[in-house]
Write a protein that binds this ligand. Sequence first.
Ligand SMILES: Cc1ncc(C[n+]2csc(CCOP(=O)(O)OP(=O)(O)O)c2C)c(N)n1
Length: 372
Amino acid sequence: MDVKFFAETLGADFYTGVPDSQLKALCSYLMERYGIDPAHHLIAANEGNCLGLAAGYHLATGRAAVVYMQNSGEGNVINPLASLLHKKVYGIPVIFVIGWRGEPGVHDEPQHIYQGEITETLMEVMGVSSAVIDQETTEEELKSTMKGFSEVLDGGGQVAFIVRKNALKYTGSVKYSNSYQMTREAAIELVVSAAGEDMVISTTGKASRELFELRERLGEGHGHDFLTVGSMGHSSSIALGVALQKPDRRVWCIDGDGAALMHLGALALVGSQAPKNFVHVLINNEAHESVGGMPTAAGSVDFPVLAGAVGYKNACSVKTPKELERVLEAVGEKDGPTFIEVKCAIGAREDLGRPTTTPEENKRAFMDTLGV
Ligand SMILES: Cc1ncc(C[n+]2csc(CCOP(=O)(O)OP(=O)(O)O)c2C)c(N)n1
């Protein structure tokens, strides 16, 4: 179905979401139509924030916003759904558009399997009326579903379109870029070389895929790496958990700007605990590159100042491989926590693969390295 028809049938004029590759057609349509525009379209730090924005929008206009997200964001919306929007609380209408990763019967990565299985059930449990959209859904069917949904929305309820792979089409294409040159992959390679025998926790998306392939290429095995394949925004907390228990081992977190912003409070706990053995490398391409390249709010964030303000002992920003190498050489000379922002270009290798070992195997190898 043409995404323009889909959007017109929803009839909303405010969208907020966290991008998803499976919703690329909708994301591209919104970026081309509105860009980032406080009146019509905002990309939020996490899906829970989207519901806050949608609630504020409703309070100010009486209308229902559209919240778009990958189904992995369902976890982030449970609390505001149950304790803010639900009819037993304020009864605030919202139209969800949810990309269905890990749909049963469709091959997908391990982190999507269980979430895919419970996607519809979760909506049902949360009292959200839902309908599945796929390649066969006709315009008439969509209109009729929306008619039924309108009654739910008028009564202060929430509705969801659960979108199967390739269900929405958009002929335009949006190219995302920034002014930086270094690739994320080149930055990760330098970090891994500096990390040596240290432990590395990498963030959700292509950063972990690049780290995995780099280790394969170097023939180093994967026992020093923990790949945060799902659970976006939590890699720094995982790294903190390891660093606090193993004070004699240096622990590196390779984070993304979208992920760091998703749970920014995690940085404050790192700062307050101030583990000397903690190095936080933020790959900042100011974008959700792994799911298409839509912008994050990172372009307006001064990360070194932020990190210093919450208690990191050292914080800097680099944008060339030379600068990064220099900073990495000095890591061992100072006590952490250290924060290194690396400004990177938006993009990745076309032929980037996916981990060929299972999460369970990776966990085991990581724990074996720690002697656990
Ligand atoms: C809670 C949640 N929402 C959305 C996603 C989908 N997702 C996977 S990677 C990614 C983008 C990550 O962006 P960033 O941390 O900036 O890293 P980059 O891809 O730019 O390297 C998104 C939105 C997810 N995995 N989990």
